[in-house]
Each structure stands twice: as structure tokens, then as C-alpha cells.
Design a protein around this ligand. Structure first.
Ligand SMILES: Nc1ncnc2c1ncn2[C@@H]1O[C@H](COP(=O)(O)OP(=O)(O)OP(=O)(O)O)[C@@H](O)[C@H]1O
Length: 303
């Protein structure tokens, strides 16, 4: 059977359904396009439910009915698609649907409808009024004013009650501190009434001579140390702090030295230290022993 024939017979058997324009057009444009040029009433849109051909009379008891098909439900427009071996009528119907899409209107899926709703919401949000939350906020403004007034009125009566605990919590000593000028005092001295006053004299700047004419070899140092000072460090004369401190330290006495930065204090204590180390005689003598354990295995002094 030819596909054209099937569709023709279907239209004959269901004239009430097929008499409508069985086309779905895009929402706005489609409706505008369907309007007659001179105005008038809007024609009725096509049903979204797809119209499929009725079951072909091919062995009526040989196939089952599909409930998951696009035409769920009964009625004249319902389309129960037979499940099973597709007969020639089904094939013809399929081919006719695929060839002529205008005769088939597919029902939009749930996902498509959800997307359409989402886009609609988006357009509304962008073009029109602010979102519902903001609208609520703006609409609440007058109510807010009244509420503020009300609260002010209520506070007039209860001002002392509400804020009195904070005032009463302040101790008299704290109040005195608040009255004082803003001077921060450490907690160490806060409760100490007797802070001693230190009467310090004004420090006068001392101008001292840095270098002296005294030489290092006058101190009686080890010749190696003197040669090192002269050749490696390239120093010939002592500074004033060195001249005063080195003899005292060489005697083995303690000294507290205070002098200007860069006046040579480091060498003032290092030269006596090195001198005392060089003057030390080792109490440990070097011995060697035989590599094997015999009677001769005893320490022998290295000569
Ligand atoms: N007798 C000297 N003759 C020439 N140069 C010296 C002499 N003694 C120290 N200097 C040089 O003076 C510089 C400062 O010396 P040093 O660092 O010992 O001073 P300082 O008083 O220890 O300084 P700081 O107070 O910073 O520790 C160093 O470069 C050092 O080499």
C-alpha cells in the first residue's frame, strides 16, 4: 500500500481531527503568521498531541498496544501504535510522517518546556522589573519607615531600661579613666601609684680621638700575632679604646668597655683572647701506639 493512500484514508476516517491545521509553528511568529491580513479572529491552533494513523486492519489479535507511544489515551485522536512486527501499513505511516513533517505535530518534551520556561523567566528578569526579592524589599520601604517610628516611640518609654545596665556596669574608677585625656597606660603600671621619677641628666656628646700613636708591638704580643695584624689586617697603630682596654685584658682582668660604633672594640677583646690562647701550653701530650695488641702495645710519646 502506498504511503499517500494511508494518509488519505486516515484523514477520511477522522475528519474532525484532520480538519484543523495540523501544524505547530514557533510561538509568537507562528501566531502572527496565521492571522489573516485584514485582522479578524485568531484561528485555532493545532493540537499538540500528535495524530497518527489508526491501527491498520492487519490481523487484529496478532499485536499488542503500546502505552508508551506519543498518543497516550483514548478518543478519536488517540493513536495506539501496535507493537510487534511492523506491517506494511506501519511502514507506510512512518514513511509518510518522515516525508511530510507538516502532517505530524510532535508534543514538546518535558525538557523543552522547562527550557522555554527558564528563558521566559530570564527575559522577564532582564527587561522588566527587578527580581521578586528586590521588589519585596522596595515594597517594604514604607512599612520599614513606620516600623522605625514605632520603635522610636517604644524606645522613648524604655530608653533607660534598655541602656541602663551598660551605664551601671561602669565602675567609678573606669569613669575617672574615661574622663582623663586619652593616655594609654600599661597594665604593669596601672595599679602602681608610686611610679619612681628618674632624674636623668642630659647626655652630652663626647668627641674622642679615634686613633692613637701607640703601636701593637708595644703590648708585648706574640710575634705571629703582631705580624698578622701588620700584614693581614694592615693596622699599625691602636685606637684609643684598644689602647685602654687591651693591656687590662692581657693582665687577666675584667673590663666593661663602652665606646662609639666603629671605634675598634672587636679587636680590643679579640687580640687579648688570641694572645692568651697562643701563650697556653698544652697539657695533653701526643702518643702513638702499635697497631697490634702485644706487650709492646703501649703508648709511646711522639718525639
Ligand atoms: N687599630 C685599628 N686601625 C685601623 N683600623 C681598625 C683598627 N681597629 C679596628 N679597625 C677597623 O675599624 C672597623 C670597625 O672596627 P670594629 O668593628 O672592631 O668596631 P666596633 O667598635 O666593634 O664596632 P661596633 O660598635 O659596630 O661593634 C673595622 O673595619 C676594623 O677593621
Amino acid at each position: 500500500m502506498a504511503p499517500g493512500l494511508v494518509s488519505q484514508r486516515h484523514s477520511e476516517s477522522f475528519p474532525s481531527v484532520n480538519s484543523r491545521p495540523n501544524v505547530i509553528l514557533p510561538r509568537r511568529e507562528g501566531r502572527r503568521a496565521e492571522l489573516p491580513p485584514g485582522g479578524g479572529t485568531r484561528p485555532r491552533l493545532a493540537p499538540t498531541r500528535p495524530v497518527l494513523p489508526s491501527p491498520a486492519p492487519l490481523g487484529a489479535g496478532a499485536y499488542s498496544w503500546s502505552r508508551s507511544g506519543p498518543g497516550r489515551g483514548g478518543g478519536a485522536g488517540s493513536s495506539r501504535v501496535p507493537r510487534g512486527v511492523p506491517g506494511p501499513a506501519m511502514a507506510a505511516a512512518d514513511s509518510s510522517l518522515s516525508d511530510n513533517p507538516r502532517t505530524f505535530s510532535r508534543r514538546p518534551s518535558a525538557q523543552a518546556s522547562r527550557q522555554a520556561k527558564a528563558t521566559k523567566r530570564k527575559h522577564q528578569a532582564s527587561s522588566e522589573a527587578p527580581p521578586a526579592k528586590r521588589r519585596n524589599e522596595t515594597s517594604c520601604l514604607p512599612a520599614k519607615k513606620t516600623s522605625v517610628k514605632e520603635t522610636q516611640r517604644t524606645f522613648k518609654g524604655n530608653t533607660q531600661k534598655t541602656f541602663s545596665p551598660k551605664k551601671h556596669s561602669v565602675s567609678p574608677s573606669d569613669r575617672n579613666q574615661e574622663e582623663r585625656p586619652c593616655i594609654k597606660t600599661s597594665s604593669l603600671f596601672k595599679n602602681n601609684p608610686d611610679i619612681p621619677e628618674l632624674h636623668r641628666p642630659v647626655v652630652k656628646q663626647v668627641q674622642e680621638k679615634v686613633f692613637t700613636s701607640a703601636a701593637f708591638h708595644e703590648l708585648g704580643l706574640h710575634p705571629h700575632l703582631i705580624s698578622t695584624i701588620n700584614t693581614v689586617l694592615k693596622m699599625s697603630s691602636m685606637t684609643s679604646v684598644q689602647k685602654q682596654s687591651i693591656p687590662v685584658l692581657l693582665e687577666g682582668r675584667d673590663a666593661l668597655v663602652r665606646s662609639q660604633t666603629g671605634s675598634g672594640k672587636t679587636l680590643a677583646y679579640c687580640i687579648p683572647v688570641v694572645q692568651s690562647l697562643q701563650a697556653m701550653k698544652s697539657k695533653i701530650q701526643v702518643y702513638y701506639c702499635y697497631p697490634y695488641f702485644t706487650k709492646k702495645n703501649r703508648l709511646r710519646k711522639v718525639t
